[in-house]
Design a protein around this ligand. Structure first.
Ligand SMILES: [Zn+2]
Ligand SMILES: [Zn+2]
Length: 325
């Protein structure tokens, strides 16, 4: 695996059928877009990641970063149809707000398959269609001319073309999924929003559980998540807060530098990408957080590679060479 951080989007075009797998970050910010001279490197757009592998184009979440992705796809494909699958982790604004501005949705030659789970108090179809109606938006989903399939997920394992995809529910307010995508070059896990189980168990909210029961469920969920992530080549993980900030944000649904490094290390992940940057963190602050994450990993003797996910950067995931027997 080699990472390429900071390559501008126009420098190369990616073929949908090429191997190795390629990952491009179109939005890395959490909560709300924060375009500013101070967020130029890590980016101001909210969550959107593009993965191309084994002939598929997978888009992970539809935060404001999906708008420039749409523009780039349009430019690349021109008169050819765009076929892609959009996987949604959950209904929070920063993960769906860009969809109404996704240009390929407005062209009848294109085919967009959207996948996600029912949310808390809303079906998956409602999550995708309700924000696109009056009085919130002037155009409804029905008026989009692309072929649009909204697919509610029922299974935690499914395939898209040659790609196997595993889903897991993570620790976040409401219903929130994480995905792990198995490509012929390795696997990429995407958990943009997740709080460490040991500090706050979101599933226990509103339930009459004793502290012991809560602790037990949290421990079980943690073990299951480690199993889900085990051996991932790349883990894109919520690490919104510094350890100090996290102390005053317990229960907000997000992770810290220490918790991200600990989870990635325990799951024997190769590369951890710090993600869902806090809107109040400028580039310099995220640099400091990346450095402190590396220090934490080094002190624990972990060989984890760590970087901060940067908007417009690309990563290449190459198939491991297996020696001939
Ligand atoms: Zn979020
Ligand atoms: Zn969220």
């Amino acid at each position: 695996m080699r990472g390429k951080i900071g390559v501008p989007p126009t420098m190369r075009s990616i073929s949908a059928t090429s191997s190795p797998a390629r990952i491009k970050f179109w939005g890395t910010r959490g909560s709300i877009p924060v375009p500013s001279p101070e967020t130029l490197r890590y980016g101001g757009n909210t969550t959107c990641v593009e993965l191309r592998a084994d002939g598929e184009i997978i888009v992970l979440d539809a935060g404001s970063g999906i708008r420039p992705l749409g523009v780039a796809l349009d430019r690349e494909f021109q008169t050819r149809p765009i076929k892609l699958s959009l996987l949604i982790t959950h209904a929070h604004w920063d993960h769906i707000q860009g969809f109404p501005f996704f240009k390929p949705g407005y062209d009848s030659k294109n085919e967009i398959r959207i996948f996600g789970f029912d949310g808390a108090g809303a079906t998956f179809r409602e999550i995708m269609t309700e924000p696109m109606r009056s009085p919130f938006f002037p155009i409804t989903m029905r008026e989009l001319s692309a072929r649009m399939d909204i697919n509610k997920l029922n299974e935690m394992k499914f395939s898209l073309g040659k790609l196997d995809i595993h889903a897991a529910f993570v620790n976040h307010p409401g219903v929130c999924a994480g995905y792990r995508i198995f490509t012929s070059s390795g696997s990429v896990a995407f958990l943009p929003d997740h709080e460490p189980y040991e500090f706050f168990l979101h599933a226990a909210r509103g339930k009459q559980l004793s502290p012991e029961e809560t602790k037990e469920i949290a421990a079980e969920q943690h073990v299951a998540l480690v199993q889900f992530l085990r051996g991932s080549d790349i883990l894109i993980l919520d690490s919104q807060y510094t350890d100090q900030e996290y102390k005053t944000h317990i229960g907000w649904g997000h992770g810290s530098i220490s918790s991200a490094v600990a989870l990635a290390t325990e799951a024997e992940v190769q590369t951890l990408l710090l993600f869902h940057h806090d809107p109040s963190h400028n580039d310099e602050m995220v640099d400091t957080m990346v450095e402190s994450a590396r220090q934490i990993a080094m002190k624990s003797g972990s060989h984890l590679e760590i970087a901060g996910a940067q908007q417009n950067s690309e990563m290449v995931l190459e198939a491991k060479k297996v020696a001939a027997a």
